[in-house]
Design a protein around this ligand. Structure first.
Ligand code: SAH
Length: 425
């Protein structure tokens, strides 16, 4: 009854040739997979088959908890008994066996072989006719990539390689731009670059930079990352420097739209977080108005991280329970005035005299501690501390310049720069 074997038999006198291992992808959607065995290995694989939208029949007298949940939810058909023979494989496209009983797994595999069904025998790596691979799915702006690694007899090695590829993509070590072809649809990603050092750029941000053809960059974005981009990447600097005329926001919006319309992948690399006083919402709206897909990647905002770099937590148990982040003066009258509410001011250096006057006029104590942190995370980071009454003059004396974050509130006392924190003479 059994069909003729078409596999060539190896000569027993020769050393075993490495097992043939042709990687393929199977579309299991709507197709029946029979899994024999009810333990955790079976459960893990059944989940993988279900993720591929397979129809799954499980043949086993008992189920581990994971599989029982799936059976209770009606996601798998459960044939509640021992494996009886080829009739259990009726209609299957693929068979998986992991009964924990080598003789049963061998029988299932032999029955599958006779029916010319591929069978994954989880307990016999040498005999199995099909194998699972170590797998990872990576979402790139141009589509999803499935990474699949196989090492005969060494699943640990396959996992290590899979993880390595995944990490190379995540850290930008794999340059995905080379795979871009003409006719692709352009896209824009608004990426928060953090306060200016490599380490505080998110892995998603790096992934997108590894795919971008064009990078539109701010002055306060992490420049070292930009400098390391391959020469084929076009960098458009729209950095605003005081005194220099900045590229107007409407022109930045146009650049993003135009480049994406030409089919390029565009990363708009911004300082801090795109949505914290960063006009990210406007850029997103401009792209969406032209039907361009936009991904927004949050970043580490300077409003929290730059104070942290100076040893100041924006909230601290027993000291401050909340904080506000503002720029212009019009916001000051509405803000809580207590030292237990931290005020973080961005883009505020040139107006510091007026700001402190307004704070006092609207109820802040003149004794409230203030810190000005310049060039956070840069080698020449500098912190100046004082009070609402003294800080503006101190800052002028020391020649404090932008970029700087101003912190107002009792949390400033936690900075190592605060006088009482220093060992007394
Ligand atoms: N979206 C950004 C803020 C943009 S406004 C964010 O979330 O961080 C620009 C202001 O941010 C600067 O004027 C300054 O107040 C602050 N800033 C950004 N990076 C800084 C840094 N490394 N050091 C000090 N201030 C910084």
């Amino acid at each position: 009854m059994s069909p003729p074997k078409t596999r060539a038999a190896g000569s027993s006198n020769q050393p075993a040739a490495p097992k043939a291992a042709l990687p393929v992808v199977l579309d299991l959607g709507g197709r029946l997979v029979v899994a024999v065995g009810g333990g955790p290995v079976s459960a893990r694989r059944v989940r993988a088959f279900l993720d591929e939208r397979a129809v799954v029949r499980v043949v086993t007298p008992w189920l581990c908890e994971d599989l029982r949940d799936l059976a209770d939810a009606g996601r798998v058909e459960w044939v509640e008994r021992d494996y009886v023979g080829p009739s259990d494989l009726d209609g299957a496209w693929l068979v998986h066996t992991a009964t924990g009983e080598p003789s049963v797994d061998r029988e299932v595999a032999a029955d599958a072989e006779a029916l010319r069904l591929w069978c994954i025998d989880a307990t016999d790596a040498a005999a199995t006719s099909a194998s699972m691979t170590a797998r990872a799915d990576v979402t790139t702006p141009d589509g999803r990539v499935t990474v699949s690694a196989y090492a005969a007899g060494d699943p640990g090695l396959a996992v290590t390689v899979r993880d390595g590829v995944e990490q190379a993509i995540a850290t930008g070590g794999l340059d995905l731009r080379r795979t871009r072809t003409h006719g692709r649809k352009g896209w824009v990603a608004l990426v928060g670059g953090g306060p200016g050092i490599d380490g505080l750029l998110t892995t998603r941000g790096r992934e997108l930079l590894a795919s971008a053809d064009v990078v539109v960059v701010d002055r306060l974005a992490p420049r070292a990352v930009v400098d390391r981009l391959p020469a084929s990447v076009r960098v458009i600097d729209v950095g605003k420097t005081p005194g220099n005329h900045p590229v107007p926001q409407s022109r930045i919006n146009d650049i993003l739209v135009e480049e994406a319309q030409r089919g390029f992948g565009v990363v708009r690399l911004k300082g801090g977080d795109p949505y914290v006083l960063g006009r990210g919402g406007e850029e997103r709206d401009a792209c969406e108005a032209h039907g361009i897909p936009v991904e927004v990647v949050s970043g580490v905002t300077s409003a929290i991280s730059v104070p942290a770099a100076a040893g100041i937590p924006v909230t601290h148990r027993g000291v401050a329970r909340g904080f506000s982040v503002v720029t212009g003066h019009e916001d000051i009258p509405a803000l809580p005035t207590g030292g237990d509410h931290t005020l973080v001011l961005l883009m505020g250096v040139t107006q510091l005299h007026r700001t402190t006057d307004l704070l006092v006029a609207h109820g802040r104590s003149a004794d409230c501690p203030v810190a000005v942190v310049e060039r956070g995370y840069q080698p020449d980071q500098r912190t100046t501390v004082g009070t609402v009454a003294t800080i503006a003059d101190l800052a002028a004396e020391r020649g404090v310049r932008a970029p700087a974050v101003i912190v107002v509130g009792d949390v400033v006392r936690l900075s190592p720069e605060w006088p009482s924190a220093r060992p007394s003479a």
